[in-house]
Design a protein around this ligand. Structure first.
Ligand SMILES: CC(C)(COP(=O)(O)OP(=O)(O)OC[C@H]1O[C@@H](n2cnc3c(N)ncnc32)[C@H](O)[C@@H]1OP(=O)(O)O)[C@@H](O)C(=O)NCCC(=O)NCCS
Length: 161
């Protein structure tokens, strides 16, 4: 599991006990997990369907840095199941784990649709896909510019005669 995201616990993230407010933490986890699912499924229309029980085993105080880790544990037909872990970088203790977070892949009408994925794709694959997309877009832009230049040249040519 990679711990890609770190958060700095600030005054606005605290509960009246002076420790990290669970609601803030859950918002960060849900967002991190949604981004993970979006990247894995290559679709921005992904929603949280199910979150299993959460056991807060330790906490964090103002100024602590926490790390969020997500990994996919199962790819269904329209869903992906993730596991989340949060740990305190300062105390080196685990804060919580969530064994099961299910995200569903939707179409433009909000209906579950098969995602066709079977395994985790890692950053280098995602980067390669992104690079190819950028290259294709750049090629298309260059081709469009060349066509436009040729069209202008032809029309100027035509107006001379
Ligand atoms: C997501 C939603 C469209 C799914 O609708 P649905 O009628 O349950 O759809 P399906 O029965 O086809 O199930 C879709 C997938 O979710 C899974 N699923 C459904 N209920 C589940 C549950 N309780 N626990 C785990 N997985 C579940 C199904 O197994 C299926 O996965 P699969 O295709 O990989 O097997 C609908 O429940 C919804 O809109 N929920 C609200 C989502 C939301 O607003 N989330 C919070 C904000 S992001």
């Amino acid at each position: 599991m990679n711990f890609h995201t770190r958060k700095w616990v600030k005054p606005e993230d605290l509960n009246p006990n002076g420790t990290l407010f669970g609601g803030s933490l859950l918002r960060w986890i849900d967002e991190e997990a949604a981004i993970y699912a979006i990247c894995q499924l290559d679709n921005q229309r992904v929603v949280t369907k199910f979150i299993s029980e959460i056991n807060f085993v330790s906490s964090a105080r103002q100024g602590d840095i926490i790390e969020l880790g997500i990994t996919a544990t199962d790819f269904g037909r329209t869903s992906v199941t993730l596991r989340a872990e949060v740990r305190n970088k300062i105390t080196r203790k685990s804060i919580l784990t969530i064994e099961k977070m299910v995200f569903v892949n939707l179409d433009a009408d909000g209906v579950p649709v098969p995602h066709g994925r079977e395994r985790i794709r890692y950053a280098d694959e995602a980067y390669e896909r992104y690079r190819q997309t950028v290259q294709t877009t750049a090629d298309a832009t260059a081709l469009a510019a060349a066509n436009e230049a040729r069209r202008q040249a032809e029309s100027e040519d035509a107006s001379v005669h």
